[in-house]
Ligand binder design. Structure first.
Ligand code: ADP
Length: 948
């Protein structure tokens, strides 16, 4: 196909790419290239430039083909044209200097400069206007610009120098901003009242991951969040940090802010503007960008215009952060364009255009959100998406040690967590790690109910806070502590629920008063003052954390005697929920009439789902005694029935969506996002019979839960419920964050798994040891896939044992781990006793010749092996000759994969000899070995089953 035909064929896609994003940048870049290559003549370019954006879509370019590899142009004007794409990038941060040079040499007038620097243009567009204008002015102007560029190249400024050019006013502003950001980020809100910890004392690194262009997962450090690692879209300026509630997103931003304020990180960022989306919700005025920055972050004491101009001129020196995009009332849309920094517009338009880069292109933005709230239209504008996965097991230890200055106490807490791995898995979510660590006394002191669920843990924190304020000696609470504080709980619960329903997370003193909350209620510590930089006089409050707001909302749903009968069922189907009359009445200010109901669902659903989880937990039989005096038994039972019915209905909906199996394939269910949530609700109820009844109706052979954010907590719930499946399933959990703790949580359901797929899940030898110990005893367990984990030779002895003892095991896939020849030798030991394995995959390890020899010897007598992969394992000819012996003896082997090794002619000749005696082998793959193309051709003629 010619290039012309190719373009015609892809016309629709090209138009979408060039014009669909709403930014002129992609098209302008292509125009730069076409001009530089002389495909586009100047007149055509000018006529395209005056077209409205949409009409550029229909353009067709002048000359047929590019003049490639031509000599350097001989005039300055042509040089600027040929180098245009590079110059746009080079001059972007240097427009002022270039204009100054043109102005002082008289090539440009002030009017010319103004026309170039119109604020509606992005910096790249300004450079293009500058280049166009220079071309129009003629050769002298072009020479002046080239000279200027030459000078700046030779005297490339030291980054330190940029400060020398800064005016005293900008520096003063920076100082003020740094100190207010430092004050705001110094301590964590969850430790607010206690004053015990600064962020420095307690901050513990979370697990940060990013997927690069090739689908590989990279682990990041805090400093990489804004850095280039994992960038997928160079043209976008917004980095998204996504993670579940309580995974530490706000804390991570807070750490970035603090380190910037101290000049310890982001040293190239001159000004950092932190925003909280929950607080932006209550800004109902129309604001310009300037007002947004100065009113919501930091007010310049002097020369506002100068400071603002500096920001406009140096977008690359500013960083904006937006915490909690999921809490912003309006869902992201890119329908309304706005690019003027001085025009006042409603906050959503301002925010969305900043994120898209229509406004203030070049300013780096970091936004945080829960994953559910990020739709495809926003993804389009993301530079990269960083996943925050909470604490690693090491992180939990580290956090506990930071929290308890007494090492003996820290040790006791860690030991108690290791003894209760369900609780340990909860601690991977930092907010629960905080609660568990904070409530260590209640935990270590022994409770009636051993905490297993998020409801148990949240009740613990409730008890802890009441205990702290208890007038009784030693603060001991009686059995009926909940009843004693019922009034406060209901008042807080009502506020919480109304807030959730209206996407309102910040409350005024007036709203507290209206709900009957007193100073004393507030002093309990569940509500805290908003830590806010914006200029406002009145005090505002928020719950310590969104999960606590959800917990209080759930308490209200369960304990309120007057709630309407559908309150519970409504919670389980948020998509059908109508805004309740109550919240409209009481939190009128939170509800923006311009925001459509549908849009606000995006933010509410995850919170209402967490609330539903808590409602399930509170209605669990385990808490019957606690609730006894607070809620009449009949009402409680009615609510339990409603929950069970809703869960069962929800599951039915999923089961009904399972497609009929294609002939010859397994009946398979790909879980929808709310499947995991329903499972978690069932787990909270801690009622075996409910789990059993629900699962009895699920009839599948394969359950796919890939890329579902499954961490240790979800594994606990899944396992609790799936263990009641009637028939064995293949459980596919690839590309999640199961880890060793999660792997251990899966043990209770292992007997019902015929296959377990755990590719890319951060599992190490210890997790495997526990998994296999149990797996060995499970009759149905026949396949395991562990591609891309952290396995080493230390785990192969366990596989050997499994292979020896399980003579119905079929498939073992260990690709992309760190297994060497030693590990292979251990595996071989097990394989020599096994007479069932059909598939063995070791792609991307380091077993070398020795390993290949050991495996070949062990598998020689196998009567079952069908498929063997040793791709990319440093196997040479010696290994190939050993495998040849396997081929000559095997009656079952069909495929042998040896690509990307270092086998030379000698090794291949051995394989050819062996194949002469073998009729079962269908293919031997040898791509990427030590053979010349001639050798490959010659050898493949000798044996057609070899593929090079
Ligand atoms: P998110 O924004 O994802 O909902 P937060 O950042 O608010 O989560 O975290 C909730 C609580 O968990 C914090 O208030 C803090 O107590 C604890 N926490 C979270 N991340 C960290 C961390 N990196 N180091 C120490 N504590 C943390």
């Amino acid at each position: 196909m010619t290039a012309h035909q190719l373009i015609l064929k892809q016309r629709a896609e090209l138009l979408a790419v060039l014009c669909g994003g709403g930014s002129a940048e992609p098209l302008d870049c292509v125009l730069d290239l076409l001009l530089a290559c002389e495909v586009l003549v100047w007149e055509d370019y000018l006529s395209i430039r005056v077209l409205p954006e949409e009409q550029k879509a229909g353009l067709c370019f002048g000359k047929e083909c590019a003049v490639l590899g031509k000599n350097r142009p001989d005039t300055a004007t042509l040089t600027l044209l040929a180098d245009r794409p590079v110059l746009v990038r080079k001059l972007r941060d240097n427009i002022d200097g270039a204009l100054n040079a043109l102005l002082t040499t008289g090539c440009f007038t002030i009017k010319d400069c103004d026309a170039v620097q119109l604020p509606v243009y992005t910096p790249s567009q300004q450079v293009r206007r500058l280049l166009d204008q220079v071309r129009f002015k003629g050769e002298t102007a072009a020479k002046t610009l080239l000279q200027y560029l030459e000078q700046t190249e030779t005297t490339r400024p030291n980054p330190e120098d940029k400060e020398n050019h800064l005016s005293a006013n900008c520096l003063l502003y920076q100082k003020k901003l740094r100190s207010s950001v430092a004050a705001q980020s110094h301590s964590l809100s969850t430790y607010g009242g206690t004053g015990r910890f600064s962020l420095d004392d307690i901050y513990t690194d979370g697990l940060l991951e990013v997927m690069d262009g090739s689908g590989e997962t990279l682990t990041l450090g805090l400093e990489d969040v804004v850095g280039p690692l994992g960038t997928l879209n160079e043209d976008a300026d917004t980095v998204l940090v996504s993670g579940e509630a309580g995974s530490g997103k706000s804390t991570l931003l807070q750490r970035l802010h603090l380190l910037w304020a101290r000049e310890a990180l982001l040293t190239n960022t001159f000004l950092l503007f932190p925003f909280s989306c929950r607080k932006l919700n209550s800004e109902h005025r129309e604001l310009s960008l300037k007002e947004l920055l100065f009113l919501h972050c930091c007010w310049p004491d002097r020369s506002q215009d100068e400071v603002f101009q500096f920001i406009l001129d140096h977008p690359n020196l500013a960083l904006f952060t937006f915490d909690g995009l999921d809490e912003f009332k309006q869902g992201f849309t890119d329908e309304e364009r706005h690019c003027c920094p001085t025009k006042q517009v409603p906050i959503p338009i301002l925010l969305f255009n900043l994120l898209q880069g229509t406004l203030m292109k070049g300013v780096m933005k970091v936004a945080t959100s829960r994953p559910q709230a990020v739709g495809p239209s926003l993804k389009h504008y993301l530079r990269k998406e960083v996943l925050l996965k909470g604490f690693s097991p090491g992180g939990i230890d580290c956090y506990v040690k930071k929290h308890h200055s007494d090492p003996a106490m820290a040790r006791r807490v860690i030991e108690s967590l290791q003894a209760n791995t369900v609780l340990l898995s909860l601690c991977h979510i930092p907010v629960f790690c905080w609660i568990v660590t904070k409530c260590h006394q209640e935990l270590l002191g022994g409770q009636d109910v051993i905490p297993q669920t998020i409801t148990d843990v949240s009740l613990l924190v409730l008890q802890h806070f009441f205990q702290r304020k208890s007038p009784q000696p030693q603060g001991v609470l009686g059995k009926a502590w909940l009843e004693e504080h019922l009034d406060t709980v209901l008042k807080l619960g009502q506020l919480a629920l109304e807030g959730l329903e209206a996407s309102c997370y910040v409350f005024s003193g007036y709203e507290l008063q209206r709900n009957g909350l007193t100073e004393q209620d507030v002093s309990l510590g569940f509500l805290i003052y908003c830590n806010d930089l914006s200029v406002t006089d009145c005090k505002r409050y928020e719950f310590l954390h969104i999960t606590l707001q959800c917990f209080f909302a759930a308490l209200y749903v369960v304990l309120n005697r007057n709630s309407d009968r559908s309150a519970v069922s409504r919670l389980f189907q948020p998509q059908y929920r109508q805004l309740s009359g109550l919240s409209q009445r009481c939190l009128g200010h939170c509800i923006d009439s311009s925001v459509e109901e549908v849009e606000s669902h995006v933010t509410e659903t995850p919170n209402l789902q967490i609330t539903a989880q808590f409602v399930s937990g509170l209605l669990s039989q385990r808490h019957h005694n606690l609730l006894l005096e607070c809620c009449p038994t009949a009402v409680r039972e009615r609510k339990v029935k409603q929950v069970v019915k809703s869960l069962s209905k929800g599951m039915q909906r999923h089961f009904k969506s399972i497609p009929r199996p294609v002939e010859g394939e397994k009946k398979s269910m790909h879980a929808m996002p709310s499947f995991v949530w329903l499972i978690k609700c069932i787990y909270e109820m801690q009622d075996n019979s409910i789990a059993q009844d629900t699962m009895a109706k699920l009839d599948v052979e394969h359950l796919k839960l890939t890329y579902c954010n499954i961490g240790p907590v979800e594994c606990t719930a899944l396992s609790y419920v799936l263990k009641y499946l009637r028939n064995p399933v293949g459980l596919q959990l690839d590309n999640n964050s199961v880890g060793d703790v999660g792997a251990e949580q899966l043990l209770p359901c292992l007997h019902i798994c015929h296959s377990l797929y755990l590719r890319n899940n951060n599992i190490s030898d210890e997790g495997i040891r526990k998994l296999l110990e149990k797996g060995m005893k499970c009759e149905s367990f026949q396949k395991i896939a562990l591609f891309n984990n952290n396995l080493t030779d230390a785990c192969t002895q366990h596989f050997a044992l499994l292979l020896k003892s399980k003579q119905n095991f079929l498939s073992l896939r260990l690709g992309n781990n760190n297994i060497t020849s030693q590990g292979a030798e251990q595996l071989a030991e097990g394989l020599s006793y096994n007479q069932s394995l059909q598939f063995l995959g070791l792609w991307g390890n380091k077993i070398g010749d020795r390993g290949a020899e050991a495996l070949a010897a062990a598998l020689k007598n196998s009567t079952t092996l069908i498929w063997l992969s040793l791709v990319d394992n440093g196997v040479g000819s010696a290994g190939a000759c050993a495998l040849a012996k396997l081929i000559s003896q095997s009656k079952t082997l069909e495929q042998l994969w040896l690509n990307k090794n270092c086998i030379s002619r000698e090794g291949v000749e051995c394989l050819i000899e062996a194949l002469k005696m073998n009729s079962s082998v269908k293919e031997v793959w040898l791509r990427g070995n030590n053979l010349s193309p001639e050798e490959e051709e010659e050898l493949s003629k000798q044996e057609s089953r070899l593929t090079f």
